[in-house]
Design a protein around this ligand. Sequence first.
Ligand SMILES: Cc1cc2nc3c(=O)[nH]c(=O)nc-3n(C[C@H](O)[C@H](O)[C@H](O)COP(=O)(O)OP(=O)(O)OC[C@H]3O[C@@H](n4cnc5c(N)ncnc54)[C@H](O)[C@@H]3O)c2cc1C
Length: 341
Amino acid sequence: MATINIAVIGAGMAGLKAASTLHGIGINVTVFEKSRGTGGRLATRRTEFGNFNHGAQYVTARDPAFRAFLRHAVSQNSARDWRPNLYHGQQAQRQQTPRPIADGNTAADIWYQGAPQMNKLVTPLLTSFEIRTRHHINSIEPRGPREFVLHNNLGQEFGPFDGVIATAPALQAAELLQPLSPRFDVINNVKIAPCWSAMIAFANPLPTVFDAMVHPDPAISWAARSDNNNNLPHRPSPDLWVLHATTEWSRDNLEDDNERVASRLLEKFRDICGSRLPEIISIDAHRWRYARTETPLGQSHLTGMKGRIIAAGDWCLGARVEAAWRSGKCAAHAMIETLTS
Ligand SMILES: Cc1cc2nc3c(=O)[nH]c(=O)nc-3n(C[C@H](O)[C@H](O)[C@H](O)COP(=O)(O)OP(=O)(O)OC[C@H]3O[C@@H](n4cnc5c(N)ncnc54)[C@H](O)[C@@H]3O)c2cc1C
């Protein structure tokens, strides 16, 4: 039988789950990723002071198959349970007794993180298929009913492929796929919220009793210590914190510059902590234009071009890493069905 070649666009959780599922049954897969590495919004910023997990903070599992994936990742040291002391902001301000998140939570609420940092959570999916990083795909050209060629932003072309699974965030997927088929027009119904994320390295540990905080502040929705276990030559290790702005604040300040956003979020954090903060040795911000799904598609994937072009990603099902994994898996099964029918 002739080799089947499938292209996957995006090396986040959805794309890599799709790629590893197809590769697992002997299909030749090539993944194209526009950034320098894998993981997508399971993101880690490496700095001289340590690693900041500035995208997804923790992962939970409701689907038993996804839970099994996370446990497998733990057994391979690509993930770990994360049990921070979690505070609701108002409690923290009143200096109430710590309430670890394990208290009263069900098994479904075990929090996992990638290990040693968030972007490593996808490691168990990285088998021997090819991943072309720094390849920004900007069009898919059909050269026949079963033949597709990809073009990148440098004018290069790749293929031909027997099918394509695109896992870019909704708006970017729409730009790629809507020229191919009106079946992809429904992507316009999906809504994704932005999020500004600030990354701050303090010279000394913050005088707080919590490691993570959900705060009902109009500006900050989440603050957490990024584990700095990377043996860097700083003594003592800097204390690294990630702050996430609320959707509303992120929208209102979307076009502001990194520096101003970082310092404004720091000021809010100072107010929340209610105490003098240690010396700041590094501060930066990252704008996620497409962070969290607000209105999902409501189905696991979308197909067009007789099932040979498939759209997938968290935005199909929800706002969580688990939604991305499930969507990637369903997209791969749909592609297998097309190829075998
Ligand atoms: C700030 C923030 C906090 C979050 N917190 C949590 C949380 O605590 N828990 C949780 O479960 N989820 C959280 N999420 C959501 C979670 O990160 C996502 O649901 C999940 O990672 C999405 O996976 P994905 O594969 O669908 O998309 P992505 O991870 O976005 O992967 C898509 C990939 O496609 C690439 N790409 C896009 N366009 C192209 C192109 N044209 N050519 C080539 N490559 C392309 C992108 O670079 C990216 O790597 C958070 C997200 C953000 C941003």
